[in-house]
Design a protein around this ligand. Structure first.
Ligand SMILES: NC(=O)c1ccc[n+]([C@@H]2O[C@H](COP(=O)([O-])OP(=O)(O)OC[C@H]3O[C@@H](n4cnc5c(N)ncnc54)[C@H](OP(=O)(O)O)[C@@H]3O)[C@@H](O)[C@H]2O)c1
Length: 337
């Protein structure tokens, strides 16, 4: 496997990162149930394929994802880099920041987190600065090896720098129909040598062609800015979506996939992975077969003319959605700033 530099951190990562959001879930969870036996198999196979980065978060299944990943890594912890994400901690709980990290370490059955990220920034700049100070302190205590951020835009990345935090990576939504980071955030990260770890490369399965019509997509996966908010009480962005343009794009994607001898999902992952500045692509994998397929796709170099054709095909949606990098909020309420 050809590893890639994670920004200027000196750490090398696999082109595919295993997204662990579904780990430890049960029937009520966003992704439904995933047994420990399935997670163990998936993690073992990923490590054997050479995948070294695993992405979890405090919030994923209320800590059950961390617990499940920790169990799967028991006895082979040193083979993996764990990326964990902590939500913004309110002002009154900042004194307990280290306790929160210690509790996470316990869930993960480890004594260090390789990369700890702030999951989403807050618009409350003072609180953001307090959280950045707190994360620096836990790094100084050795509980965290490297600091990263997630869903940070240019201004919040600059604030991190002002606070003496040099994020090794920014974890951002990026796929063929969610190209908001291309205008400012991705070029900034490239210039500043901050690794970009791209999440939702197949738009939660939508870009694989597995849904015959938009109506077949589970409502929870239709809460994003691509779908009319008025038709889904769970959505909050309030916008009209791109439901006319999306099927046209999916048809074009299938055609290009056929031309290149790949599946639409593989082509979508390869497109993200081929973009300059992308250190790794995080895909959620529900089965070992999906994992193998996604790893292969992330390692597939895409010819420049195919990248151009895909850019062109997705241009209309990019024009409509604009540079908002928050997939769930309107541009006015975007949490990525
Ligand atoms: N930093 C953040 O704010 C943030 C936000 C979201 C996600 N993430 C991270 O990014 C990871 C990936 O995001 P995601 O899971 O939301 O989206 P995704 O990777 O685009 O989609 C994953 C889902 O697509 C389906 N799938 C995966 N591989 C497939 C394949 N080869 N063929 C057909 N279907 C396939 C599976 O669901 P089904 O089989 O059930 O369809 C899988 O759970 C998460 O696990 C999480 O670690 C981070």
């Amino acid at each position: 496997m050809q590893y890639r530099p994670l920004g200027d951190s000196g750490v090398s990562v696999s082109p595919l990162t295993v997204g662990c959001w579904s780990f430890g879930g049960d029937e009520r969870s966003y992704w439904g149930g995933q047994s420990q036996r399935e997670v163990d198999q998936l993690v073992r196979e990923a490590l054997d394929l050479g995948v070294n980065l695993f992405d979890t978060a405090f919030m994923y299944n209320e800590g059950a994802s961390e617990i499940s990943l920790g169990r799967a890594l028991a006895g082979q912890r040193e083979r993996a880099l764990i990326c964990n994400k902590i939500p913004i901690v309110p002002h009154e709980e900042i004194p307990a920041y280290e306790d929160k990290i210690t509790a996470s370490l316990k869930r993960l059955r480890t004594d260090y987190i390789d990369i700890l990220m702030i999951h989403w920034p807050t618009r409350d700049e003072r609180l953001l600065r307090e959280n950045l100070e707190a994360i620096l302190r836990v790094q100084q205590r050795g509980l965290v090896h490297r600091i990263g951020v997630s869903n940070f835009g240019v201004r919040t990345l600059q604030i991190a720098r002002e606070m003496g935090v040099r994020p090794v990576a920014d974890e951002l939504a990026y796929n063929l129909i969610s190209r908001g980071i291309e205008k400012e955030i991705l070029p900034y990260c490239v210039k500043e040598e901050i690794g970009v770890v791209a999440y939702m490369p197949i738009m939660q399965g939508i870009l694989t062609g597995k849904f015959d019509s938009l109506g077949d997509i589970p409502p929870a996966r239709r809460r994003t800015i691509h779908f009319d908010s008025r038709n889904n009480p769970a959505a909050r962005h309030g916008g009209p979506g791109v439901e006319t343009e999306l099927p046209e794009f999916l048809t074009k994607l299938s055609e290009l996939a056929r031309q290149s001898g790949m599946t639409p999902g593989d082509l979508s992952i390869a497109w993200v992975s081929s973009k300059p500045g992308i250190s790794s692509v995080i895909a959620g994998c529900r089965s070992v077969d999906q994992l193998r397929q996604n790893v292969r796709a992330a390692e597939t170099p895409l010819a420049a003319d195919m990248v151009s054709l895909l850019n062109e095909a997705s241009e209309k949606i990019l024009g409509l959605l604009g540079p908002n990098a928050d997939l769930w909020e309107s541009p006015a309420n975007s949490r990525v700033w």
